[in-house]
Design a protein around this ligand. Structure first.
Ligand SMILES: NC(=O)c1ccc[n+]([C@@H]2O[C@H](COP(=O)([O-])OP(=O)(O)OC[C@H]3O[C@@H](n4cnc5c(N)ncnc54)[C@H](O)[C@@H]3O)[C@@H](O)[C@H]2O)c1
Length: 288
């Protein structure tokens, strides 16, 4: 089986940018695809910005930055990913959109041994695998935000994923990208979100019921439990739309009320208050 050299990344949002950055810093070529060329270019600009900050911090040499940037090309045409050895889908957390994408990827990615991976936080890999029509080479590869900083990747084989695919992506994430991997079964939320999301939603419910302010809830968990970040800042960082979507998917899977997004979270998402990426969530990021 040939080495993974060319990676397709679908979705140039916060996760797609981070995944692109770690891949090009590992010397791979990345084709970054979004629904419009403008969005894909905005993704590339985000990667360039992050690489420049790494250089300014002294963690990346100028020639390494130039080399990494030269490794990215952008497109709005999914068929440009046809020659990829691995495609990592990091588009919006919407089952219909992802299913359509995997159907399309199953058609355009030429090498039958190429791996089609999803960064989904909650959608069953089995459904994406069925849409792609080559379930043995479809797997979950769940990165954490911000991708260049967070060491973990959850590897999620479906019931049809071949052992070869699972081992190949584990080796890729571990040895090529330098991440720590854990393997989780194909259940909504995998390991980390099944534990994390009910906690974040409980914090949102506390704000909604007036138990304490967002600031005090976060201080409670940072100063009282030594968490590096409080639950509401973390929800803002993940994106409130993404938190709500993961909660919906977990609720759909388990029917447990603790997973249901509370009304305050739904209203904030409907009002465009999405957290850090929109400039406002439980906290204000306009000047940061
Ligand atoms: N935000 C997190 O902390 C986090 C962590 C782990 C996994 N994830 C998962 O990663 C995925 C992306 O999350 P994000 O936070 O980067 O979202 P985001 O909203 O920042 O970016 C999503 C991007 O996907 C693009 N997109 C939508 N439909 C597309 C299509 N058909 N083809 C190509 N691009 C398309 C959008 O234009 C947008 O640029 C989701 O599945 C999410 O659940 C997110």
């Amino acid at each position: 089986m040939r080495a993974i050299k060319h990676v397709g990344v679908v979705g140039a949002g916060q996760m797609g940018r981070g995944i692109t950055e770690v891949c090009v810093r590992a010397g791979l070529h990345v084709t970054l695809c979004d629904v419009t060329e403008d969005r894909a270019r905005a993704g590339l600009a985000g990667v360039a910005d992050s690489l420049l900050k790494a250089e300014q911090r002294g963690t990346l040499a100028p020639e390494e930055r130039a080399h990494a940037l030269a490794g990215v090309s952008v497109t709005d045409d999914l068929s440009r990913l046809g020659g990829a050895d691995l495609v990592i889908e990091a588009a919006v957390e919407d089952e219909r959109a992802k299913t359509a994408l995997f159907r399309h990827l199953g058609e355009v990615v030429a090498d039958p041994a190429a791996v089609l991976a999803s960064n989904t936080s909650s959608i069953p890999i089995a459904r994406l695998a069925a849409a792609a029509g080559r379930p043995e080479s479809v797997v979950g590869l769940h990165f954490f935000n911000p991708v260049p900083v967070m060491p973990l990747v959850e590897v999620v084989p479906s019931l049809h994923t071949s052992k070869a695919t699972e081992l190949r992506v584990r080796a890729f994430a571990g040895e090529v990208l330098g991440k720590r991997t854990i393997v989780a079964q194909d259940r909504a939320g995998f390991v980390v979100n099944s534990l994390l999301i009910p906690y974040l939603l409980a914090a949102v419910r506390m704000v909604g019921s007036g138990t304490a302010t967002a600031e005090d809830i976060d201080t409670g968990m940072t100063a009282g439990c030594a968490h590096p970040m409080g639950p509401l800042r973390l929800a803002d960082l993940i994106g409130l739309d993404t938190v709500a979507a993961i909660g919906e998917a977990l609720y759909e899977e388990y029917r447990e009320p603790l997973y249901a997004p509370p009304p305050l979270l739904r209203r904030m998402v409907e009002s465009g208050l999405l957290g850090r990426k929109s400039g406002q969530g439980f906290f204000d990021y306009v000047d940061s």
